[in-house]
Write a new protein. Structure first.
Length: 225
């Protein structure tokens, strides 16, 4: 169990999974740059956060819901949490004050663009689900990622593997954060889509040049020996 002053930002997992160095620069070194991609992301999120609660038929929709987990040591916000009224008794459902019946819990995360080939968004959604499970004492089997470009929901199942990966990543992030270590990076094609590339790449290139110089000097000394 983590103390509140040790909590990391839940949303950091998507940056960490994209590039550990990006997460370190943004969250350990507090460097951040707004670029088109992040701004577009904010606009999608603002639309998701227009209303706080809405009740339509058998679904109650809560927006911008704060969540946290002592077990994972994280806090953040869910874009949308839907509570679906159940007709039959279910052990994994929850009671809601001021509403009749029991409800299953379904997190929905809004994203710019279209579904990705990697697990980055699914990891963030699963982290939200783990927070909700801890806070509401329930079980959440699946949630949705909504993509602005396709305007479609992608069903994400919270498998044991995905849950395990979320826990492993946050443990690793806590360790790095505690030590204040920004992970090293290397140039990949992901760098083209990185909001911190103008900060990161010159520093990476410089480190590589220094590394090359040291290697060269050692090689020269060995040759002369
Ligand atoms: S520029 Fe590349 S290595 Fe640097 S933080 Fe971004 S993705 Fe990571």
């Amino acid at each position: 169990m983590y103390a509140e002053d040790e909590y990391l930002q839940l949303s950091g997992i998507q940056h960490y999974a994209f590039c550990k160095r990006q997460w370190g620069l943004a969250y350990i070194e507090q460097q951040w740059q707004e670029n088109v991609r992040t701004v577009e992301g904010h606009l999608v999120h603002e639309r998701a956060h227009d209303v706080s609660t809405e009740h339509r038929g058998d679904v109650i929709t809560s927006r911008a819901m704060p969540v946290s987990s002592r077990a994972l040591g994280i806090s953040g916000e869910c874009d949308v949490v839907e509570f679906h009224k159940e007709t039959a008794q279910r052990d994994d459902a929850v009671f809601l004050p001021a509403y009749d019946g029991i409800y299953s819990v379904v997190p929905v995360e809004y994203k710019r663009g279209s579904p990705k080939q990697n697990e980055v968004d699914a990891l963030q959604l699963c982290a939200q689900a783990l927070c909700l499970e801890e806070m509401l004492s329930c079980r959440i089997d699946a949630g949705y990622l909504f993509y602005a470009q396709t305007r479609r929901r992608q069903h994400i199942e919270f498998t044991d593997e995905l849950r395990g990966e979320v826990k492993r990543i946050f443990q690793e992030m806590h360790e790095l954060y505690r030590r204040g270590v920004t992970p090293r990076g290397r140039r990949t094609k992901s760098c083209n889509a990185c909001s911190l590339r103008d900060l990161c790449l010159p520093a990476l290139e410089k480190k590589r040049d220094v590394g090359r110089y040291i290697d060269g000097e050692i090689g020269r000394e060995e040759a002369e020996a």
